[in-house]
Write a protein that binds this ligand. Sequence first.
Ligand code: FES
Ligand code: MG
Length: 574
Amino acid sequence: MPSSTTPRSAQWFAAEGRNGFIHRSWMRNQGFADDVFDGRPVIGIANSWSELTPCNAHLRELAEAVKRGVWEAGGLPLEFPTMSLGEPLMRPTTMLFRNLMAMEVEETIRANPLDGVVLLSGCDKTTPAQLMGAASVGLPTVMLTGGPMLNGKFRGADLGSGTDVWRFHEEARAGRMSGAELAEAESCMSRSRGHCMTMGTASTMACLAEALGMQLTGAAAIPAVDARRFALAQATGRRAVGLVNEDLRPAAILTRAAFENAIRVNAALGGSTNAVVHLLALAGRLGVPLSLDDFDTLARDVPVLVDLMPSGRFLMEDFAYAGGLPAVLRELGDLLRTDVPTVTGRTIGENVDGAPRWNDEVIRTRDAPFRPAGSGTVVLRGSLCPRGAVLKISAASPRLLRHRGRALVFDRVEDYVAVCEDPDLPVDESTVLVVRNAGPRGYPGFPEVGNMPMPRVLLEAGIDDMVRISDARMSGTGYGTCVLHTAPEAAIGGPLALVRTGDWISLDAGARRLDLEVGEDELARRRAEWTPPPPAATRGWVRLYLDHVQQADEGADLDFLTGGSGDAVGRHSH
Ligand code: FES
Ligand code: MG
């Protein structure tokens, strides 16, 4: 354990003899003055910058502002790259690599002469991966997310990342939008640096990092290109030194109470279903008891306060100008545990005391919410999902929340996509579309394919939603009556593997039920006939992942990565 008199980094930089010479001499090639090795706190800036992750492409500029703050507070900033995970490009899915990135962040922090850490993230998985890795080391840590893009603008209206991609694609398929219009919309959607500006997974996780107490107040919503984000970066760097001096660590901040707050805040935001798997995985790193059912019970009395896409109308830029997350936290009031500590050194209640709310359309009051309590993500149980499934009520169609229909089943999402334009596809508005083998093990990697495109025949008949069930995830920007994260997944023989086309399935979101109406005897017969799919890889990371990944209800972390290994300094390298 470092103390204020002997920082961890001193075991490298204050060393006598040959090892001290090595540690200091090579660092001097960067032109540092002699006195940077005087025992001042060394702050690592873990940067997920990458040109392959456009949402994080500006983080090197942000890191320069963080460094200003670290120098100013008497620390030594050392920026290093971390793995980066970009949603728009990576195949088969970034989620296959979240735990690899978390491992890489963890080991890089531990192996180096660091006393504290600033995490720079943005795109969806980069935020939970960095938090998971840093939590497993446990050094004083503060996060700074990169901020959302400015609102998209197209033909006089706002465009939301992701959400309008799904919408335009369906409009084009229904013949209401031309190829030329789509091409024009492409450049109008992504107008600036930053991550998706809908309340998708990136914005959700940025808000939850703030709600958990790991970001400075107001850091989640300010646009990526706003000068105030750079000022905030400088303040973050300054604060990182303070965290080391005070020895304020993630374990003191990321308590059960903080996770309860994050779950309630996610409900108030109409946030992403992906928050469920990321928070479960992060809690697992800290040994904080958290279960899938907590997401339902803790959210039941929380109304949706924020009118943002995909559930509502506005975007993150509007949210920032309306007061951002502090306004939401203040409005939630006694629905939160306000006495929990945060990286500011104050409690979350103190951070948002007096926080203004400038626009009551974008951020509503509890008395006049955007959606009533219980409209967030609910947890379903039943014979089709004994270990749970999730459904985001605010993204679903009210008429489908209680529904019974016959299954139309596909073993691979590609099999469905190949026929979804087919005019003879045997579907009507009551059909329940089932796509399986898209879970953590099955795909592999737990991709965001759970909001399958609607069959063309239904779109042309003016039907824009149907019950869709899978063991996949859905983009945080997606919408539809999509039952996700069905566990156990089909690839390990969960009941989803046994459904056949024509079976009756009943969904009752109010009762939190999802049932396959097939008798036990018949299910036993089908189970006996079932054979597991062959493994997707026999070597490399994917092999390791397949051997150890947990199910969705446990956060899909690797079983041997739960908990942490601490910040002990390793043996000498020379
Ligand atoms: Fe990176 Fe949405 S694609 S945040
Ligand atoms: Mg996303």
